[in-house]
Design a binder for this molecule. Structure first.
Ligand SMILES: Cc1cc2nc3c(=O)[nH]c(=O)nc-3n(C[C@H](O)[C@H](O)[C@H](O)COP(=O)(O)O)c2cc1C
Length: 322
């Protein structure tokens, strides 16, 4: 039985503004992961990163902050910083596929060098003041790398090991290596959590049937595409048209306030949300194209109004979330 539902970190989308408004309208996740912050060697993080971590910007939600680093001193410092904000766990990003990040040996780049990964965890796990968890892929270039990686994770007491069951080069599409997850369920000494392409209650139920020993899943794009997904997983109703209209309107207003009244910036953020949310509507081809191309906030508002006025609302999202 799935006992825990985590909302995945989606940099550029599930930041404090989105989390706050989403929690107010839908909610239903046990925990939300904060997209990563990146400490410098001087142990500095940006003002924006600090604001993301501030508990007052994140009310009514259980949160797990995430760090991107390949150096033990920064990982230990990040844990202290997270604790100073009241958090009880810090997640290490070992999955980001971006070339600029992996080239520095960070994110999924950590998986390309298992000895460095081992040294990082060895240098930080005994010293970090709060438990560490890891969000990783099952390999850098090949799923056959996974047993060696799991052997390393097994050397350390992690709060959890969340696995996006793809290799780095496949980014967020391409084959899901579910056999690697089955292997992790059997062989991991740490609690494991599944991540990858879950979009509907039916898909989560099929997953739970296939992996009856799995008790935690993390969902990202599926929950942006269907903001009521976590609520539905708990037996609640699907999102209604009025609810979605009120949600997107409140989100746009919250982004506008965040950007000091610059509606153009707010509309750009909404474009990222609609990239996934459009999958909750049928016959969306033309308006999806328009949503990807608008130039002004006025254009954005007109396209959104037409979506709500004209398109049939689905009870589940459909299509590939890419
Ligand atoms: C736009 C975008 C931003 C992401 N940002 C992060 C991030 O900051 N940290 C992280 O660990 N994963 C990040 N991810 C990966 C997601 O957390 C998740 O692993 C991925 O979307 C697959 O899960 P899903 O199929 O449920 O969406 C990001 C993915 C996308 C598409």
């Amino acid at each position: 039985m799935i006992r825990r539902y985590d909302f995945a970190p989606l940099d550029g989308i599930t930041k404090a503004v989105y989390r706050r408004v989403w929690q107010q309208y839908f909610g239903g996740a046990d925990r939300c992961f904060i997209p990563y912050f990146s400490p410098t060697k001087e142990h500095l993080i940006t003002k924006r990163e600090r604001a993301e971590l501030l508990p007052e910007n994140n009310p009514d939600t259980v949160l797990v902050p995430q760090v991107m680093t390949n150096r033990a001193p920064e990982l230990v410092w990040a844990a202290e910083t997270a604790r100073s904000y009241g958090y009880g766990e810090l997640n290490l990003n070992a999955g980001c596929p971006s070339g600029t990040i992996t080239a520095k040996g960070k994110g999924a780049g950590l998986l390309a060098n298992p000895d460095a990964l081992d040294a990082l965890l060895d240098g930080a796990c005994g010293k970090a003041c709060i438990p560490l968890s890891v969000k990783a892929r099952i390999g850098y270039a090949d799923p056959d790398e996974f047993p060696r990686l799991l052997e390393i994770f097994n050397r350390y007491p992690l709060a959890s090991l969340t696995l996006h069951v793809r290799v780095r080069s496949d980014k967020y599409s391409g084959p899901l290596y579910c056999d690697a997850f089955a292997y992790a369920l059997r062989e991991s000494r740490n609690p494991v959590s599944y991540n990858g392409d879950l979009r509907t209650v039916e898909e989560v139920a099929a997953f739970a049937e296939r992996f009856p020993d799995a008790d935690a899943v993390m969902i990202g794009r599926g929950a942006i595409a269907d903001p009521a997904l976590f609520r539905k997983l708990r037996g609640g109703p699907p999102a209604s048209r009025d609810e979605l209209r009120a949600f997107t309107s409140a989100l746009f207003d919250a982004y506008t306030a965040f950007y000091d009244g610059q509606t153009g910036h707010a509309a750009q953020r909404m474009r990222e949300v609609w990239f996934y949310l459009i999958h909750l509507f049928d016959d969306a081809r033309r308006l999806n194209k328009a949503m990807r191309r608008f130039r002004t906030a006025t254009e954005y508002r007109a396209i959104e109004a037409e979506i709500f006025a004209a398109l049939p609302l689905r009870t589940d999202s459909a299509g590939d979330l890419i």
